[in-house]
Design a protein around this ligand. Structure first.
Ligand SMILES: NC(=O)c1ccc[n+]([C@@H]2O[C@H](COP(=O)([O-])OP(=O)(O)OC[C@H]3O[C@@H](n4cnc5c(N)ncnc54)[C@H](O)[C@@H]3O)[C@@H](O)[C@H]2O)c1
Length: 267
């Protein structure tokens, strides 16, 4: 077992995250919010990094209601400076950072590839690929010093499949999977494990209108799922994410978990 983590000071089990300090970006709503809630219920100290103030407040009110230690930080993950400041604030408040879930990304309207603009690409690259990279860089020295860390990045089946209408998103999601593998390779020697997951849990979004290109990806996500349903953020996505953040995930790195009710098998 490893390293600087003291099980007496912060009791936990191999399969748990009790006492761990975990950052979840974009946890103001949706999947990130469900993950933050699940981790908090399982004893983690949660840092929510979110760029929308009202969503941040809602999430913090919920975590306060659970009676867990938490910290909310307004942060645009597309800003390297803001991301480093967020991790520094985490360190000054809790003295450690054990895990991070790089969940936040900003989206653009669906459109065919011939209409994709520089702004579309910039936004996805800045908040997706770059945001994930900055967050990994920011936590790295602290995890390295601890000799233990868990980084969890977020890809998408849309990227793997190359769904129509979401080229900038697909490209950034595949870039994130690539960064995951490189970080996993470079940082394994420091006790830092880096993995990725691709969720299917879009029930909190409005379906795109009929005829919209994004509608195809949306319908594909629901069609032919062996489990024939959408995922629930807290019940379906968060438990395997907790595993990726735990001691139990010690011999799997650079991988992508498909958390999609078997949806990937259809393609
Ligand atoms: N919903 C799905 O079925 C699905 C499928 C595949 C992948 N994903 C991925 O899972 C993650 C979460 O998806 P979701 O549907 O819950 O998303 P969502 O859009 O509902 O929530 C994203 C959250 O991140 C915040 N955010 C956006 N840009 C940010 C930024 N620059 N800085 C800080 N916070 C920011 C938003 O305010 C929001 O609270 C995303 O990475 C998404 O690509 C989701």
């Amino acid at each position: 077992m490893n390293q600087a983590y003291d099980p007496d000071a912060a009791p936990g089990t191999a399969h748990g995250i009790d006492g761990r300090v975990v950052i979840v970006t974009g946890a103001g709503r949706g999947i990130g919010r469900g993950i933050a809630r699940h981790l908090a219920k399982n004893g983690a100290t949660i840092v929510v990094a979110e760029h929308r103030a009202r969503r941040l407040d809602d999430a913090m009110a919920e975590l306060d209601g659970l009676g867990v230690q938490s910290l909310g930080i307004e942060c645009d993950v597309g800003s390297r400076e803001a991301v480093f400041a967020m991790v520094e604030a985490t360190m000054s408040r809790f003295g450690r950072v054990d895990g991070i879930v790089n969940n936040a990304v900003s989206l653009v309207a669906a459109k065919p590839i011939e209409d994709v603009t520089e702004q579309d690409m910039d936004l996805l690259q800045r908040t997706g690929t770059n945001g994930t990279l900055w967050a990994m860089q920011a936590v790295f020295p602290h995890m390295k010093a601890q000799g233990w860390g868990r980084i969890v990045n977020v890809g998408s089946a849309a990227g793997i499949r190359g769904s129509a209408g979401t080229a900038p998103y697909n490209a950034t999601k595949e870039a994130i999977r690539s960064l995951t593998r490189t970080a996993a390779r470079e940082w394994a020697k420091h006790g830092i494990v880096v993995n990725c997951y691709c969720p299917a849990s879009a029930g909190h979004h409005e379906p795109p209108p009929e005829g919209n290109l994004h509608r195809e990806a949306w319908e594909a996500m629901y069609a032919m799922h062996p489990m024939d349903r959408d995922g629930e953020a807290e019940e379906d996505i968060a438990p395997p994410v907790l595993f990726l953040l735990s001691d139990a995930c010690r011999f799997m790195t650079g991988e992508t978990l498909m958390l999609d009710g078997g949806g990937q098998m259809r393609s």
